[in-house]
Design a protein around this ligand. Structure first.
Ligand code: S3P
Length: 438
């Protein structure tokens, strides 16, 4: 089987209903938190992608039993001090920074050494952003030039910290929140706004957490505990996976799409706000609250015209995983779009600001970029007639999926490498894409 695909046909107008797979952030958090709960936790619609299966492999190495039934995943937690493993265990976080970073938070008081490694992409990413605050709890941690592998040897005696998270990174915030749970006393966090699934899961578990919010910051106090109960979860669809189909629709005049039961946590809605400002019609239907998270069906209609945007910086965090795909909408919009303060984008699975620009330039779109911003000169009449090759992108799943959407929306002959990259977040992406071809 080749590891590349060829796309050479633009899709026609469509009207469809789809389901996307479970939310990745919620799936990983459920696996990690269930592993320290007391008793059996069950999840339905858990995302079965490499990142989440990596989390399951990790907790199995730590001595936790996991079973898969037809529609469920069952984790048999042994309580907050229930990990049981040999000395010098090596855990491979594979491609997932969320897994690597959050797991470190849970391991602050391990009494045997654990080494965390990752794949080529993860091994280029900064881990000091979590190891530095975790060291302040008292955990003994060794890093190499801020990168993986990280060796952690926790401490029995931990002390709570006061932590200021300045990047707007939910991974940093959550790693500290997990460590706080295992640390006697009250840990105090001031965090630049970012996705808040961990806070909502803590609350729904009735863990001792206090929250206050201002426009730009969240204030979180967490008291360490010695036990909490197991918990079941029905994982909603992932808005970051939905994003590819939302944009496929936004780029197809008069097409319509309904995506069923997607998580619409306000801290993840950057793409919706941005696309609405650009002229896309998007509605939420059937809104329901489940365990403190809002979920809904999302209805999208492809507009006649798209407007350029000067993207407000306060939308960056809520759209952090969606900029590559949003750039395609800017490519077709009338006028010059501008996105700024995006240095975090180059800290992802690949340097995504650079890759976003590369894809646009290959498509024939003019851009102007700095280290942390990009201007995109939109062309509403864009039609591609040439061959485009996308490769060597560190197997970044979102580069792959964005390229597929570009090919189906703008035409041209695209050869896109590393199709197995989708397995980290959205293994059935190409199957769903096929439903749009006819
Ligand atoms: C995630 C947080 C974000 C996001 C990542 C998932 C999470 O990363 O890009 O895909 O589940 O907490 P940062 O927190 O590093 O911005």
């Amino acid at each position: 089987m080749p590891n590349w695909i060829i796309e050479k046909k633009k899709i026609k107008k469509f009207s469809k209903t789809i389901n996307v797979s479970g939310d990745k952030s919620i799936s990983i958090r459920w696996v990690l938190l269930a592993s320290l709960a007391k008793g059996m936790s069950k999840a339905q619609n858990l995302l079965l992608s490499e990142d989440v299966l990596g989390a399951i492999k990790a907790i199995k190495k730590l001595g936790i039993k996991v079973k898969f039934k037809k529609n469920y995943c069952i984790i048999n937690g042994q309580g907050i001090n229930g990990y049981n493993f040999k000395k010098n265990v090596v855990i491979n976080a594979q491609n997932s920074a969320t897994l690597g970073r959050l797991l470190l938070g849970l391991l602050v008081n391990t009494n045997k050494q654990i080494k965390i490694i990752g794949d080529r992409s993860l091994s280029k990413r900064d881990f000091s952003r979590v190891t530095e605050p975790l060291k302040r709890f008292g955990a003994k941690i060794k890093t190499y030039n801020k990168l993986l592998p990280v060796k952690i040897l926790g401490r029995k005696i931990l002390k709570p910290i006061t932590y200021f998270e300045k990047k707007g990174s939910a991974q940093c915030k959550s790693a500290v929140m997990f460590a706080a749970l295992r640390t006697p006393g009250i840990t105090k966090i001031k965090a630049k706004k970012s996705r808040d699934h961990t806070e909502r899961m803590f609350k729904s578990l009735k863990l001792p957490i206090k929250l206050k919010s201002t426009k730009y910051y969240d204030f979180i106090n967490i008291r360490g505990i010695s036990e909490y109960d197991s918990f079941d979860y029905k994982i909603p669809g992932d808005i970051s996976s939905s994003a590819f189909f939302i944009v496929l629709t936004a780029l197809s005049e008069n097409s319509e799409l309904l995506i069923k039961n997607v998580n619409i946590n306000p801290s993840r809605l950057g793409i919706i706000t941005i696309l609405k400002k650009m002229g896309v019609k998007i509605y939420f239907r059937n809104i329901k609250t489940y365990k403190g998270e809002k979920n809904a069906d999302i209805k999208i209609k492809g507009p006649k015209k798209l407007k350029a945007i000067r993207c407000p910086k306060n939308l960056n965090s809520g759209a952090i995983d969606e900029f590559l795909i949003i750039f395609l909408v800017a490519a077709k919009a009338k006028g010059v779009s501008y996105f700024s303060n995006l240095s975090e984008l180059n800290q992802k699975e690949s340097p995504r600001l650079i890759w976003g620009e590369k894809i646009l330039n290959k498509m024939g779109i003019k851009t102007f970029s700095t280290k942390d911003s990009i201007k995109i000169y939109g062309n509403p009449d864009l039609k591609i007639n040439k061959k485009i090759i996308i490769k060597n992108f560190l197997k970044d799943h979102r580069v792959f999926m964005t390229s597929v959407v570009a090919a189906l929306s703008f035409g041209g002959i695209w050869k896109i490498y590393d199709k197995e990259s989708i397995s980290s977040s959205f293994p059935n992406f190409l199957k769903i894409i096929n439903k749009f071809k006819n």
